[in-house]
Design a binder for this molecule. Structure first.
Ligand code: NAG
Ligand code: NAG
Length: 302
C-alpha cells in the first residue's frame, strides 16, 4: 500500500510539474513534455502560411524541422530533441565551427550566408505538412470532446434510463462508461500522434510510413468499439423492456473495450520508444544481403 502511494505520488508530481511548466490541460503521451509544449505554442495560422514560414523559421540542417528565429537575433540555433542539433542561423553550418574556440560571439558569423535557392519550395512543403498534421489533430480533438460530453450524458441520463429498462443496476452498467472512457483515450492518443508525426525527422521515411500505417490501423478497433458503444447501445435504449440481446451486448462491448485498450497501450509504448523497432531501409538492405532473407519489408512490427 505504502509503495503504491509512493508511486502514485511520484507520478502525480511528474504530471503536475509538466502541467505547470507548459500549461497543458490534458496528458500528452506519447509526446514528450518539451515537444508537446512546443506544439501547443505554435501559432497555427502562422505555421500554415508559407510566407511566414520562409521569413521567420529556418530548417534544421540535420533533420529539416523548421526552427523559429531567436527573439534576440543571436545566430546560435538549437533543434528540438531528439535531434538537438546546434547550428548557425546565417550560414547553416554546425555551431561548433563558430563557437568559443574561434573566439566568435553569438552574433557573428564569418562564413558565407546560406542562400535558400535549391530548396525554394521547402517552406511551402513545411507549411503543408504542418497543416495536414494540425487538421487531423483538431478533428481528433473535437471527437475527443464529443466522447467526453457523451460520457457525462451517460452518467446523467443514459445509464439510469437503461438501468430501468434492462433491469440492471447502475454499477452493472459501468462497462458502458468504461467503453466511452476508452474512446476518449483513443482520440487523445490519435490526436497527439499527429503532433508526434510533425516532429518526426523528415529523413526518417520508414518511421513516417510506419506511423501512418499505425494511425490507420488504430482506427479499426476504435470503429468497432464505437459501433457497439453507440449504435448497439441506441438499439437497446430503443427497446421497450429487457432485451434478450443485453448479455451479448455486454460481452461484446467489454471485449471490444479491452482489445482496443491493449491496441492503444501498445501504440503509445511504440511511439514513446521512438519507433525504435523500425529499421531504416539502408540497414535492412544490409541485413537482407547478409542473410538473404526474402521480402522487402523494412518494418519490424510485433
Ligand atoms: C497568430 O498569428 C496571426 C497572424 O500572424 C496573428 O494575427 C494572431 O494574433 C496570432 N495568434 C496568437 C494567439 O498569437
Ligand atoms: C483522426 O485520426 C484518424 C486516425 O489516425 C484519422 O484518420 C482522421 O483523419 C482523424 N480525424 C477524424 C475526424 O477522424
Amino acid at each position: 500500500m505504502f509503495i503504491i502511494l509512493l508511486v502514485l505520488e511520484t507520478l502525480m508530481s511528474y504530471v503536475s510539474a509538466c502541467l505547470v511548466s507548459v500549461g497543458i490541460k490534458d496528458i500528452h503521451s506519447p509526446m514528450d513534455c518539451e515537444s508537446a509544449a512546443n506544439w501547443l505554442a505554435t501559432n497555427s495560422s502562422d505555421y500554415q502560411d508559407p510566407n511566414w514560414v520562409r521569413e521567420y523559421t529556418v530548417p534544421c540542417p540535420r533533420c529539416k524541422l523548421r526552427i523559429i528565429e531567436n527573439q534576440d537575433c543571436s545566430l546560435k540555433m538549437k533543434c528540438l530533441p531528439p535531434c538537438s542539433y546546434d547550428f548557425c542561423w546565417r550560414c547553416r553550418g554546425e555551431w561548433t565551427e563558430h563557437g568559443g574556440e574561434t573566439g566568435l560571439d553569438l552574433y557573428t558569423c564569418t562564413h558565407d550566408e546560406y542562400e535558400e535557392t535549391v530548396f525554394g519550395n521547402m517552406a511551402e512543403a513545411a507549411a503543408d505538412r504542418y497543416r495536414d498534421c494540425h487538421e487531423k489533430w483538431m478533428s481528433n480533438e473535437s471527437l475527443m470532446q464529443k466522447a467526453k460530453a457523451k460520457l457525462q450524458q451517460l452518467h446523467t441520463d443514459v445509464i439510469p434510463g437503461l438501468s430501468n429498462n434492462q433491469l440492471a443496476t447502475v454499477q452493472q452498467l459501468e462497462f458502458i462508461a468504461e467503453a466511452w472512457s476508452q474512446i476518449m483515450e483513443c482520440r487523445r492518443v490519435l490526436k497527439w500522434s499527429y503532433a508526434y508525426e510533425y516532429y518526426l525527422r523528415e529523413d526518417e521515411v520508414e518511421k513516417l510510413a510506419f506511423l501512418k500505417l499505425k494511425q490507420d490501423n488504430a482506427e479499426i478497433p476504435l470503429q468497432k468499439l464505437y459501433n457497439y458503444a453507440e449504435d448497439q447501445l441506441n438499439t437497446l435504449l430503443d427497446s421497450d423492456g429487457p432485451s434478450e440481446n443485453f448479455n451479448k451486448f455486454r460481452s461484446d462491448l467489454t471485449d471490444s473495450t479491452s482489445i482496443t485498450r491493449n491496441h492503444y497501450e501498445l501504440l503509445v509504448r511504440d511511439l514513446e520508444d521512438g519507433l525504435s523497432n523500425v529499421v531504416p531501409a539502408s540497414t535492412s538492405q544490409r541485413a537482407h544481403n547478409e542473410d538473404d532473407a526474402s521480402g522487402s519489408s523494412c518494418i519490424h512490427d510485433d
